[in-house]
Design a protein around this ligand. Structure first.
Ligand code: MLT
Length: 396
C-alpha cells in the first residue's frame, strides 16, 4: 500500500503542537516556574449557566424512552438552525434556516469542505494564515497562492487582479493578525470572486468580538450569496472549544460547474458525518436565546478587557500591533528585529509567558508574534507585567 504522499509536503508538526511541545519541555525542566499560556486560542471561562442547564436537560432526555434521540438530522435540528438564522437577522443579515449545516466546529468544516472541490483548483490564502487552510489543501495536493498581509496594508490583504484563484479563504476578524475587513474591503473580495468564478470560504469564527461598525458576515455584502460559503463556530463566541459546535452557511442559489453547492455539501455530510449530539445542539440553541446572548456577552467582554490590557501595555512600550479591538488576538512586531521563534524563547525563558511565533502562520509572520486574550484576568495582568519588564530590560 501507499500513503498520501502529499503529507510529505507538510511542515513536520502542527504549529500549536510544536508550541505545546516546547512549552512542556520547559515546564518539565523548570517545575518551580509558573508559566502563563497566551499561545493557543483556548478559552478559560466556563460555559454560560443557561447553556449548561440546556445541556443537562438534553442529557436527561437521553435517559428516557419517550425523549430519547438517536441519529440527528445530517444538517442539524431545525430548532437550532432557526435560532442561528434569527441570530443572523439580529445584525441585519438574511440567512435561511434551510441554508445552515450544524457541525462540530469551523476547523473541521474549513478542512473538510475541500472534499467537494476538484484537486485542480488554485487556492488563495492571505499570509499570515490559520494553518488549517494551508495544511488541508496541501494534503489534497492543491496549488496554493498567497496574498500578502503586512504592515503596509494593516495585515489585511486585498485581492490582486493579476492573480487567478478558484477557492479563496478569508478570515475576518483575522486569525492570527486580529485585523478585520470593512465592508468596502470585503466587497473587493466578493467582486474578485465573482469575476473569477471563484468561491470564498469565509471563516467568521471571531465575529462576536467585533466592536466597531464592521460586517459580521460575508453575507452582509452584496453579491456574496453568489460566491461565498461562511463557517462559524461557538468555540470562541460561547466557550465551546471542548464542547464542539459550529455551523456552515451555504446559500441555496450558489452553483458552480453545473452543481448546486448546498446539495453537494449535503451529500458529503450525509456520507461522512453523523451530526452533533442532542445535548450539544440543545446547549448551542441556548447560546442564541435572549438570556444566552446576555451571558455569553459577559464572557466576551471579559476577554475584550484582557485584550485591552495587553494592547495598552504595547502602546506604552511603543510596539506596533494589530488586533485587540475587534479580535481576541494581538499581533505584535517582535522588538529589536528579533525572529519570532527567538522572541518565543525569550518570553518563555525570561518571562515564563507562552505566545505563538508569527512565522508559524506563514512567511509574512516572520518577526511577529501572537498573544491571545483568552487567559484569565489575573494571569493576563501578570503576563503583561512580566513582558513589560523583559522588554524594558531589553531596551536598556
Ligand atoms: C488558535 O489558537 O489559532 C485557535 O485556537 C485554533 C483553532 O481555533 O483551531
Amino acid at each position: 500500500m501507499k500513503i498520501n504522499r502529499n503529507f510529505d509536503n507538510l511542515v513536520p508538526n502542527y504549529l500549536f503542537a510544536d508550541v505545546a511541545k516546547k512549552t512542556n519541555a520547559y515546564i518539565a525542566a523548570h517545575p518551580d516556574k509558573k508559566v502563563i499560556k497566551l499561545g493557543i486560542g483556548d478559552v478559560t471561562l466556563p460555559l454560560a449557566p443557561v447553556v449548561v442547564e440546556a445541556m443537562k436537560k438534553g442529557a436527561e432526555d437521553l435517559a428516557h424512552k419517550e425523549t430519547f434521540k438517536g441519529y440527528p438530522d445530517y444538517e442539524g435540528y431545525e430548532f437550532l438552525r432557526q435560532a442561528i438564522s434569527d441570530y443572523y437577522k439580529s445584525f441585519g443579515v438574511a440567512v435561511g434556516a434551510d441554508e445552515i449545516f450544524v457541525s462540530d466546529g469551523a476547523k473541521s468544516d474549513c478542512g473538510n469542505i475541500g472534499d467537494i472541490f476538484s484537486k485542480d483548483n488554485v487556492v488563495l490564502v492571505t499570509d499570515p494564515v490559520y494553518p488549517v487552510y494551508v495544511d488541508s489543501n496541501i494534503m489534497a495536493g492543491r496549488e496554493i497562492v498567497y496574498a500578502t498581509s503586512n504592515e503596509a496594508n494593516g495585515f489585511a490583504a486585498l485581492p490582486d487582479e493579476n492573480v487567478k484563484a478558484d477557492i479563496i479563504y478569508l478570515c475576518s476578524p483575522n486569525n492570527p493578525t486580529g485585523s478585520a475587513y470593512n465592508a468596502e474591503q470585503l466587497k473587493a473580495w466578493v467582486d474578485y470572486a465573482l469575476k473569477n468564478d471563484a468561491i470564498i470560504l469565509y471563516d467568521s469564527a471571531y465575529e462576536a468580538f467585533i466592536t466597531e461598525d464592521l460586517p459580521r458576515s460575508i453575507f452582509a455584502i452584496e453579491g456574496a450569496r453568489k460566491c461565498a460559503i461562511e463557517m462559524c463556530s461557538l468555540s470562541k463566541t460561547a466557550g465551546f472549544t471542548g464542547t464542539r459546535c459550529g455551523y456552515t452557511v451555504i446559500p441555496k442559489e450558489l452553483e458552480r460547474d453545473g452543481h448546486n453547492i448546498y446539495a453537494t455539501w449535503y451529500r458529503r455530510q450525509a456520507t461522512k458525518f453523523n451530526g452533533v449530539s442532542w445535548p450539544v445542539q440543545c446547549a448551542a440553541a441556548a447560546v442564541f436565546s435572549e438570556e444566552g446572548q446576555k451571558q455569553i456577552k459577559e464572557n466576551i467582554s471579559y476577554y475584550q478587557e484582557n485584550a485591552r490590557i495587553i494592547a495598552s501595555a504595547l502602546d506604552e512600550l511603543g510596539i506596533y500591533y494589530t488586533g485587540g479591538k475587534n479580535s481576541p488576538y494581538i499581533w505584535l512586531k517582535c522588538p529589536n528585529n528579533m525572529g519570532s521563534w527567538e522572541f518565543f524563547d525569550l518570553l518563555l525563558n525570561e518571562a515564563n509567558v507562552v505566545g505563538t511565533p508569527g512565522e508559524g502562520f506563514g512567511e509574512n509572520g516572520a518577526g511577529y508574534f501572537r498573544l491571545t486574550s483568552f487567559g484569565d484576568r489575573e494571569n493576563t495582568i501578570e503576563a503583561v507585567e512580566r513582558i513589560k519588564k523583559v522588554l524594558t530590560n531589553l531596551s536598556k
